[in-house]
Ligand binder design. Structure first.
Ligand code: GLP
Length: 234
């Protein structure tokens, strides 16, 4: 197994470490960043926005978006990306799936975007059930961009961002596992005890579709950045 593990003190240190790896990649000509939402990458985006690095000739491709939300909706992942990164640091192109578009058209369109812009460095968070992007347990490893029915546990985990539980979208468009695995380098980030079991299963468990992130054991260039709490069961 070639998973490279880095344990950091806290989220701030994790953000700095992840940004160092991105800058190293950019020096070696990385042009396309795969980006993620959720609370995990926020400290990385803080480092990026506070830096003097220019991303305006780079391309970003986000993992996923809720179905039914427009980019202006404050709960959409497009809005999150604008707020946390793109407003301060625009890229040449900033792709996020269009949550209002028809499923078949949008998934095909997004796969075309990924094919035309192969991801150099993919940033990933991880769900408590080891989902990556919105690829829930059971998602085929050969999946490309697809429409996903979110699991109850993911909907529940996301309710903290919404006023009412019934406002949480039930579906999302997500890059598939195969799309994620096509990235040249993958940086998975995990903080907190809530991720400890997912991290253990991902790193030490068997590679199975029941643990989506376990597929990373088959990738040649993966770095996992985590804090002590996420690492505590290793
Ligand atoms: C959502 C996102 C994932 C993210 C996960 C964990 O389900 N689609 O990309 O990794 O939440 O979120 P957090 O980083 O807030 O723990």
């Amino acid at each position: 197994i070639t998973l490279d593990i880095i344990i950091v003190k806290d989220q701030e240190a994790g953000g700095k470490k992840a940004f160092e790896l991105i800058k190293e990649g950019m020096e070696k000509d990385a042009k396309v960043l795969g980006l993620a939402t959720g609370s995990t990458p926020i400290s990385l985006y803080k480092e990026m926005t506070a830096s003097d690095v220019d991303f305006s000739d780079m391309i970003s491709i986000n993992l996923d978006e809720y179905v039914g939300l427009s980019g202006e909706d404050t709960q959409s992942y497009r809005y999150f990306m604008n707020e946390n990164l793109f407003n301060q640091k625009p890229f040449k192109e900033m792709y996020v799936p269009n949550g209002l578009a028809d499923a078949e058209t949008e998934c095909k369109h997004y796969d075309d975007i990924i094919a035309a812009n192969p991801v150099d460095i993919q940033i990933l968070g991880i769900g408590g059930n080891a989902h990556i992007g919105f690829n829930e347990p059971g998602t085929p490893f050969d999946s490309t961009t697809h429409k996903v029915a979110l699991t109850e546990s993911t909907i529940e985990a996301n309710t903290r961002f919404f006023d009412k539980a019934e406002d949480v979208p039930r579906f999302a468009y997500s890059m598939g596992i195969a799309s994620i695995m096509a990235a040249k380098k993958i940086i998975l980030i995990a903080y907190g005890e809530g991720k400890a079991e997912a991290i253990k299963a991902t790193i030490e468990g068997k590679v199975t579709e029941e643990v989506p992130a376990s597929i990373l054991q088959n990738h040649k260039n993966v770095v996992i950045i985590m804090d002590e709490s996420a690492a505590k069961l290793l």
